[in-house]
Write a protein that binds this ligand. Structure first.
Ligand SMILES: C[S@@+](CC[C@H](N)C(=O)[O-])C[C@H]1O[C@@H](n2cnc3c(N)ncnc32)[C@H](O)[C@@H]1O
Length: 331
């Protein structure tokens, strides 16, 4: 169990994110059929989504929240709004609830900075199979994961380039290389993305209404319209909640989420017409515990630059938990 101050701080960030709360409010008011809908909130926290669903007219709302203190706060808020006759609270882990009440709408905001890193993929897969009535709605219904090349000498200097200026009696390259084996949660500005028109690529899309395994690997490809130094990549997401889009794109107004920066040890200098490829793979649910208690995210990225004739002329293989390695150009 998390201590009250840490938990309150977590929920303070969620509840003070006006964009997040407004998108969720609008989405629920679009899909809830007054007097009819039964809504299940998977990971209900302080009960915001359930209260919004009830205010939109839901006939019945069931909140599932495994953090006992958050569930107690939700219960208090529901009672204070006079909604206890329509909202029930299960202070339990949704994965272990037996025979859950069938719902017309399953809603869950269990999104992390990477997107799936708070476990939304597994949670919604289970919820679709066990909680959702046939023909029901999932909120979100999809989640797109997006990559964009970053061109930021300052960010590169902070994470990798500082070694050139370090005047210390230590082999600091070891520290740099190990620190490069990390995905950095950062608030990136639109101006830190490479200055190409439409620099973003959707590398995978989760469809929460679909059965079957969800994608865990993909590739993004760019053709450089103008020269650029690529220092790393921004990873962010776009989730569709009914007709509403919630996104962490650096081009959009900020939310409480940040982007994730995938660094390269050295810049890839792209010339006009050259091709840039980023292969990415991850086991996102491996880290699906709040407050950093989980074993961490498994994530690997491999960047490749090709000349206009299609020959590989540079690249790096990187990943969380290990130093980057240059690609073997002979292969
Ligand atoms: C990002 S918060 C969202 C809270 C609330 N729905 C909101 O929008 O303000 C996600 C919540 O999901 C809960 N959660 C995560 N995994 C869960 C699980 N397996 N069972 C029940 N609750 C879970 C967390 O404890 C956390 O309170």
């Amino acid at each position: 169990m998390t201590d009250p101050a840490t938990l309150a701080d977590y929920h303070r960030r969620l509840l003070s994110d006006r964009r997040r709360c407004e998108v969720l409010r609008r989405a629920l008011s679009e899909v809830v059929v007054a007097g009819q809908s039964v809504v299940a909130d998977i990971g209900a926290g302080t009960g915001l989504l359930g209260v919004l669903a009830a205010l939109a007219g839901a006939r019945r709302v069931v909140l599932y929240e495994r953090e006992p203190l958050a569930a107690a706060w939700a219960e208090e808020f529901v009672a204070l709004r006079g909604l206890a006759d329509r909202i029930s609270i299960y202070p339990e882990d949704v994965r272990y609830v037996l025979d859950p009440e069938p719902a017309d709408i399953v809603v869950s905001e269990t999104l992390g900075n990477l997107g799936p890193d708070e476990g939304i993929v597994a949670l919604l897969d289970d919820a679709r199979r066990r909680y959702l009535r046939p023909g029901g709605r999932m909120l979100p219904e999809s989640l797109e994961l997006v990559l964009a090349p970053v061109s930021s000498a300052a960010l590169h200097h902070e994470i990798a380039g500082w070694v050139a200026e370090a005047d210390l009696p230590l082999d600091v390259t070891k520290i740099r290389d190990l620190a490069l084996g990390n995905a950095y949660v950062r608030r990136l500005a639109r101006t830190e993305l490479v200055a190409w028109p439409s620099p973003e690529r959707i590398w995978t899309k989760y469809d929460f209404l679909r059965d079957g395994p969800q994608p865990r690997a993909g590739v993004a490809v760019w053709e450089a319209p103008v020269a650029a130094a690529v220092h790393g990549f921004a990873h962010y997401w776009r989730a569709r909640f009914a007709g509403q889009i919630l996104t962490t794109s650096p081009a959009d107004p900020p939310t409480h989420w940040e982007q994730v920066y995938l660094p390269l040890p050295e810049p890839l200098e792209l010339l006009p017409g050259e091709r840039l490829e980023l292969r990415i793979a991850g086991d996102f649910d491996a880290g699906a515990e709040p407050f950093g208690q989980g074993p961490g995210i498994a994530l690997e990225w491999e960047a490749r630059a090709y000349d206009p004739a299609g020959s590989l002329r540079g690249g790096w293989s990187c990943g969380v938990g290990g130093p980057p390695a240059p690609l073997d150009f002979q292969k």
